[in-house]
Design a protein around this ligand. Structure first.
Ligand code: IMP
Length: 181
């Protein structure tokens, strides 16, 4: 870890440097190597979940050197009729994923509800395999049983911004990850 520490303000919250870019890139490179090793013959379709995963996806894909395709989806939140309240709907996946190996590329798994819903939705489209690559996971907040195949970093429960992640729409452009103080 670098000694360098910066404090930033976004709206009403203050954040300090938590994971510098160099440390992030090291772990992203490790994940890419795991994917290169596991999926060299699978021609996987990487599905980047916008907006948060855009920066992770870019750096990950620069290090993935096997034949593959990349697509992008958004999750639209709406008030569902189910007792759980908010559910999320997949928008924008135009590819036919029948018989394909799909790797979801996500910024962070917090409660895991978003990811679980996404995996279930993709499974209805008859893929061969659905894998998860996430930049971050907050293991102590996980509420559902999820197989996280590729994890760059595990972090505590605190709220973070940067490297794609936002606070109220701001902070996605920062190259380092910051934690709330
Ligand atoms: P989950 O459904 O609780 O796992 O929530 C996942 C989503 O919540 C992520 O895709 C992020 O958009 C958002 N999220 C969770 N924790 C953080 C955080 O610490 N900073 C910014 N966004 C977060």
């Amino acid at each position: 870890m670098s000694e360098y520490m910066e404090v930033i303000q976004i709206k009403d919250k203050r954040f300090k440097t938590f994971i510098p870019e160099a440390d992030i890139l090291k772990e992203v490179g490790r994940v890419a190597n795991e994917i290169n090793r596991d999926l060299s013959d699978a021609n996987p379709l990487f599905v980047c979940v916008l907006n948060g995963a855009f920066m992770f996806t870019a750096d990950l894909m620069k290090n993935v050197n096997i034949p593959c395709e990349i697509s992008f989806v958004k999750l639209a939140s709406y008030e569902g009729t189910s007792s759980t309240g908010k559910v999320k709907e997949l928008v924008g996946l135009s590819e036919d994923i029948t018989g394909r190996t799909v790797v979801i590329v996500e910024d962070i798994v917090d409660t895991g509800l978003t990811m679980k819903r996404l995996v279930e939705t993709l499974r209805t489209k008859n893929p061969k395999d659905v894998r998860i690559a996430t930049l971050l996971v907050k293991p102590d907040k996980l509420q559902v049983n999820l197989d996280l195949d590729y994890v760059a970093m595990k972090i505590p429960n605190d709220f973070i911004v940067g490297y794609g992640l936002d606070y109220d729409g701001l902070g996605r452009n920062f190259r380092d990850i910051y934690t709330v103080i």
